[in-house]
Design a protein around this ligand. Structure first.
Ligand code: NCD
Ligand code: ZN
Length: 364
């Protein structure tokens, strides 16, 4: 079986900084990726719009130039969101929107994930000038939707977790205060979030990662498979079923690919585990496998259309840029995956240790 699809877009990924960037960008190009939204939780963060990089932060302009020089020139689209910090001003939003450099801003819950220490509480942003300016200029708000600062027992429990609390308590307030804000609920992991997005007004969409469509918390805990450890953490079977249903609903326009591929050269550290799954090189294969697990027959036109919407069409429509007119192909065949060799060291991709064979292969 051979699948021919338009080149796809990864609307949430991490290319980091420094000499390994080129390897990460190349891994994306090699899997038929036509463009990416490159996350600003670099070291230092992307916290200004224009100007040269400085010791305390990149600008969108300087980081995007760095990415292009590292091979990103080959992408049809490259979006770098502005990291929302206490230093973000309304004037930056006006300036960035006017110059065209600013297309999105990223909300990180303070200390809520890798390199999220510059984030500020959502309550400090709701109703403020920065969000109002974003509404006015149609700048997309990318949200890592987890309530920050919870104790371990509230962070993840059977009845509730940091994500469900965020979508039940914070999102309705945000949407009520800023009805015209375009919002991407990123890497959603729960039924609560999926149902929130499905029922939300038109300018609200969501990305879903391959790992959250394929796995549950049980897969992570059984053998402590730390390559699967990312934030938000994988959840329960009912949550995964809701995510699978969201992406396989005929004609859906709200859900699209954002791998959250997050390379870490060291996962297990002296004091815990770095959060982030690396899926460079194997993301479309994993998405295709997840669609099959969700009951989609990729041998049929209907099945292919569902995958095409999610991977290649909905993201561009949401972010207002054209879908790719070039194609990539995958064939139904076992394929190998290996650690990506980079100047920073090898980075093992997610299926490592998961006992999973890739059953799709990118046609080179
Ligand atoms: C990401 C990373 O490593 O930068 N990690 C993760 O677990 N997803 C950060 C993020 O997007 O949360
Ligand atoms: Zn991420």
């Amino acid at each position: 079986m051979l699948l021919t699809l338009p080149r796809w877009f990864d609307l949430h990924t991490h290319f980091r900084q420094g000499p390994a960037m080129a390897s990460y960008v190349q891994a994306h190009l090699d899997m038929g990726c036509a463009g990416a939204l490159a996350m600003p939780n670099t070291q230092p963060p992307v916290a200004r719009v224009s100007g040269a990089a400085e010791a305390d932060g990149w600008s969108i302009e300087s980081y995007a130039a760095e990415l292009r020089a590292a091979g990103g020139e080959a992408f049809e689209q490259l979006i770098v969101p502005l990291y929302l910090t206490r230093q973000t001003t309304e004037a930056m939003i006006h300036e960035g929107a006017t110059s065209g450099l600013l297309r999105a801003c990223k909300y990180y819950p303070p200390h809520g994930t890798t390199n999220a220490e510059h984030g500020l509480p959502m309550d400090d942003l709701i109703g403020g000038d920065v969000f109002r300016a974003m509404e006015e200029h149609r700048i997309v708000l990318c949200i890592h939707g987890e309530q920050h600062g919870l104790s371990g027992s509230d962070y993840l429990d059977a009845q509730q977790n940091a994500e469900t609390r965020f979508y039940r308590e914070r999102m309705p307030r945000l949407v009520a205060a800023h009805p015209n804000l375009r919002i991407v609920c990123e890497h959603i992991t729960t039924r609560v979030a999926a149902e929130f997005v499905a029922g939300a007004p038109e300018p609200i969409g969501a990305t879903i990662t391959p790992q959250h469509l394929l796995y549950t918390l049980g897969h992570l805990i059984q053998g402590l498979k730390y390559h699967l450890y990312c934030l938000p953490i994988v959840k329960f079977q009912d949550d995964r079923a809701a995510l699978r249903q969201a992406v396989t609903t005929l004609g859906q326009t709200k859900f699209f690919a954002g791998t959250d591929s997050a390379p870490h050269t060291t996962k297990a550290t002296a004091c815990g585990c770095a959060a982030g799954c690396f899926t460079g090189g194997c993301a479309p294969q994993l998405y295709a496998m997840a669609f099959e697990k969700a009951g989609v027959d990729l041998g049929t036109t209907d099945g292919q259309t569902l995958l095409e919407r999610f991977l290649c069409l909905n993201g561009p429509a949401f972010y207002d840029f054209p879908a790719s007119t070039r194609c990539f192909q995958m064939e139904k065949a076992r394929s190998q995956f290996a650690a990506l060799e980079t100047p920073a060291g090898p980075v093992p991709p997610l299926p490592t240790g998961m006992g999973l064979d890739l059953t799709w292969r990118i046609v080179p």
